[in-house]
Design a binder for this molecule. Structure first.
Ligand code: ZN
Length: 140
């Protein structure tokens, strides 16, 4: 395992529950008790109806690939091993998040928009696990 050299999140009061969950290898989304919808990123009010009556809910981590690009040469301040796949995943619950698609870098020709994906957690430091996504097992 090579040492992680990329940027790290700095948890804030609003995002801390999310990062504490990823460390346990759980994916949480905020859900609005007023309108029932999920959203991402974490924030203090629902982006759909502006209610502040929010709860955290563990979600499946399953979704589909909304869009992606294969990065062959990263930016100077983003020194990840390349190539890597920068992706936007749409979760089953609706929200989209920017992430990496992993497990397929060696053969990006097989990446398809709409393909089913599932979350995996990358323990990049003792305190931070980053959610990434891989092609979903076909049996599920
Ligand atoms: Zn709402």
């Amino acid at each position: 395992m090579s040492e992680y050299t990329g940027p790290l999140p700095v948890p804030t009061p609003e995002t801390r529950p999310f990062w504490e969950a990823t460390r346990r290898h759980e994916l949480l989304l905020q859900r609005c008790r007023a309108c029932g919808r999920h959203h991402f990123y974490p924030r203090g009010a629902c982006p759909h109806c502006l209610s502040a009556d929010l709860e955290w809910q563990r979600v499946s981590g399953r979704g589909s690939l909304h869009t992606f690009t294969v990065v062959h040469r990263g930016a100077r301040n983003f020194p990840l091993p390349s190539p890597y796949v920068l992706a936007v995943v749409e979760l089953e619950e609706g929200p989209r998040l920017m992430t990496n698609l992993v497990g397929i870098e060696a053969d990006p020709a097989h990446i398809r928009i709409g393909m089913p994906v599932e979350v995996v957690f990358d323990d990049v430091t003792p305190d931070i696990a980053l959610p990434r996504f891989r092609p979903a097992a076909t049996a599920s």
